[in-house]
Design a protein around this ligand. Sequence first.
Ligand SMILES: *Cc1c(COP(=O)(O)O)cnc(C)c1O
Length: 350
Amino acid sequence: MPLPVLERIREDLPNFQSSGLSIMESSHRWQLYEDVHHAAAAGIRELLAIPQTHEVLFLAGGATLQFGMTALNFLPADGSAAFADTGAWAQKAIKDAGLVGTATVVYDGKAAGYTRMPRREELERAIRQQPDHAYLHLTSNETINGAQLADFPDVPIPVVVDMSSDIMSRPLPWDRIDLAYAGAQKNLGPAGVTVVIIRRSLAEAPVRPLPAYLRYDTHADKQSLYNTPPVFPIYALALVLDWIREEGGLAAISARNASKADLVYTAIDTSDGFYVCPVEPGSRSVMNAVFTLAKDSLTPAFLAGAEERGFLGLGGHRSVGGCRASLYNAVSYESVQALVAWMEEFRHAN
Ligand SMILES: *Cc1c(COP(=O)(O)O)cnc(C)c1O
C-alpha cells in the first residue's frame, strides 16, 4: 500500500466525509459508499483502458475462488479447458478445473523448472493444433517463480488470465483477454476483494446451473452490489487508484516498474555470478525478482542483513527458498536503489 493512502485512511476512518459514520461500518446501500464503489470500478476501467465490452466486478473469495469459479461457469463436465502450466499458481488452477471437467496442459513448463513463460506463438500454435477447448487459462505473473508473460496470445477461444500479482502494472490488450481476475492484495489494495474483468458476452453463458453468487452475470447485472461487497477493501482500492492517477497513471507506473526491475536484474547480472536469477531474460518478472546466492550458505546472512536494513519479506517463497524482491507498484524507485546498494555491499564483503 502506498504510504499516502494509508495516511488518508487513518484520517478518514472515524468519520467519513463528515458524515458521522465510518466507511468500515457503512451499509453497502449508503449513498456515500455507493459513490466510492462506482468510482472504484470506473477508476479501474479508466486506468486500464477497459472497453465497454467488458465489465469490472468486485467479488470475494480471492483469486483462489476464481480457479474454481471460472471452471464452473465455462468448463462442461465432458469438456476440456487448456492450461499453461507455468508454476505453482497455474497448478492450483489446473487442480480445481480438473474437479469440474478436463484440464489439459498445452504448455508444460515443469521440466524446465518453470524458468520461462510460454511465448505468444507457442500458445497460438498449441490452440491451433487442438482447438476444442472451452477456454485457455494463463497466469500472467508467476509470483513464486518470478516469471511473467511477455505477451498475450490471439486465439479463437476465450482467454482467462490470473493477474493477481501484476494487474495494474502495465497496459493490457483487452481484445485478447476475455476474463482477468486478481486478488487485490498485491498491487491494488488490501486483501479481501477480488477484481474480475469479464467480457459481458462470456458472463452470460455459464455452462451449468449455478448458485447465484457463483455466476458472473449475477454480479454484472447488479454492478457488484448483488450482496454486500467487501466495502472497506473497495474503498481503500479506490484510494490506491487515486494515488496511481497522481503518480501519472498507468504509463508512468509501468515505466517506473520497468526501471525498478532493471535495477535489480542488472545488479544480479553484473555480480560475476554471486547472485543468480534462474529465470530466462525474456520471462523475468517486473513484479517479483527471484534470485539465489551462488554460495547458498550465505543466504541467511544476506537476508538477516536485509531485514536489519528494513527490507522485509525478501526471503523466497517457502516452497522454493532463495530470495525474492517483490517490486509491486507501491514500492518506490528509491527503495529498490537501497536494496541494490545492500546487494552490492554484501557482495563486496563476501
Ligand atoms: C497470490 C496469488 C493468488 C492467490 O490469491 P488469493 O487472493 O490469496 O486467493 C493466485 N494467483 C497468483 C498469481 C497469486 O500471486
